[in-house]
Design a protein around this ligand. Structure first.
Ligand SMILES: Cc1cc2nc3c(=O)[nH]c(=O)nc-3n(C[C@H](O)[C@H](O)[C@H](O)COP(=O)(O)O)c2cc1C
Length: 369
């Protein structure tokens, strides 16, 4: 049963913000609105990448370097963006990607995003580090819910989360693999958000300059509710996560164990090589997300867009292994999408009528709420 929208959420979208959002013509407009609406440390957490942000910017440039070559004199009066994602119809070739700490940008951000994805008829991948529990999201929002799992050093915690996601009815599990060590996000280090929310004076002052954010969003203290439930009394998620979040020992054996544990569809997120895509399928993946974590982890990493043609070239081999039968387009491009025209691959003119590649949006969700 669905609950009605909370009063708090309504109040967060006061008329000025709603007016601004209504006027936004693009994700870049939403970004500009977000820059004013939230304190600088929140904006930087969402907008920033690792080190020199080379990968962050090249994700976008990869799209910009592609050009449409439309067929002319084609009857396009009947257009349909609907597609199939992992065997189930979707209104758009889009997935609302996993975003940690969405509740820092918008009050009840995870819930609102789940509802928005449901309204748009697309899947929503809830992050391990969401500020609403996976059970609450499943109870309040309908639609297609996926669960993204970080693999903690204490594997028992990740395994417990995966079992809970199955019980709560999540359809697809995403294992994120590009977190062996912490990306050096210099904007977060400068604001004091990382490593331990030790804000600088400048950040504190800037927070005070955003009273609307303080009165609405900030009243919801960031809590990692999914993880909290799995910890023994006396251990809190804020101290568990820094020690457990990054595991350099994560390997294919772990991935195979997750395959055994999870009976639904399984995706591996963080793949940037065609041979790894093949290996993921060999280990039982139903698909891969070609992603460099939005340029937030290994600076200098190739963009998912640039890997895509190499993965496509492996299609015959991949089909041979049964991948193609399970999901006709088993790869998702996961970084740098900023417009509907961000088209993931050559021959987009064909793709508009059949075989659309699926795209993951993440930052846009933080900006737009
Ligand atoms: C603020 C923020 C939080 C994110 N949190 C997660 C997360 O919890 N789990 C995950 O697998 N990916 C996470 N990502 C990565 C996104 O799912 C996605 O791969 C990436 O943002 C795509 O790049 P784009 O936002 O430039 O399109 C996060 C990205 C951002 C910007």
């Amino acid at each position: 049963m669905k609950e009605t929208k909370t009063k708090e959420t309504e109040s967060c979208r006061d008329s000025n913000v709603a007016m601004d959002l209504d006027k936004a013509l693009s994700i870049d407009d939403l970004r500009a609105i977000a820059r004013k609406r939230v304190p600088r440390f929140v904006f930087d957490y969402v907008d920033g990448g690792a080190e020199d942000e080379v990968t962050l910017h090249s994700n976008r440039r990869s799209f910009e370097s592609l050009r449409f070559q439309p067929r002319t004199l084609v009857d396009v009066s009947q257009r349909n963006l609907g597609t199939t994602i992992l065997g189930t119809p979707s209104a758009l070739p889009v997935i609302a990607g996993p975003m940690g700490l969405l509740g820092l940008s918008w009050r009840h951000g995870d819930l609102e995003m789940a509802r928005a994805a449901e309204a748009a008829g697309v899947p929503y991948a809830l992050s391990t580090v969401s500020m609403h529990s996976m059970e609450d999201i499943a109870r309040v929002a309908g639609g297609r819910l996926w669960f993204q799992c970080y693999v903690f050093r204490e594997r028992a915690v990740s395994e417990a989360l995966i079992r809970r996601a199955a019980t709560a009815g999540y359809e697809t599990l995403i294992i994120t693999s590009d977190f062996p060590v912490a990306g050096k996000r210099e904007r977060d280090l400068r604001s004091g958000l990382m490593p331990a929310r030790n804000f600088t004076l400048r950040t504190k002052f800037d927070i005070l300059m955003h009273p609307r954010w303080l009165m609405t969003v900030a009243t919801q203290r960031p809590r990692f509710v999914n993880v909290e439930r799995e910890l023994d009394p006396g251990r809190d998620a804020a101290s568990f996560l820094p020690l457990n979040m990054f595991d350099p020992a994560l390997d294919w054996d772990d991935f195979r164990r997750f395959r055994d544990l999870w009976k639904g569809k399984l995706l591996l997120k963080g793949v940037l090589r065609a041979d790894d895509a093949v290996r993921a399928v060999d280990c039982g993946a139903d698909g891969v997300v070609l992603s460099n974590h939005g340029g937030r982890q290994l600076d200098g990493a190739i963009s998912g867009m640039d890997v895509l043609p190499h993965v496509r070239n492996r299609r015959p081999r991949l089909d041979h292994r049964g991948w193609g039968r399970a999901a006709r387009q088993p790869y998702r491009q996961g970084s740098g999408v900023r417009r509907g025209s961000s088209h993931p691959g050559p021959r987009p003119q064909l793709r508009t009528v059949r075989g659309r590649r699926r795209r993951g949006h993440a930052r846009a969700g933080h900006f737009a709420g």
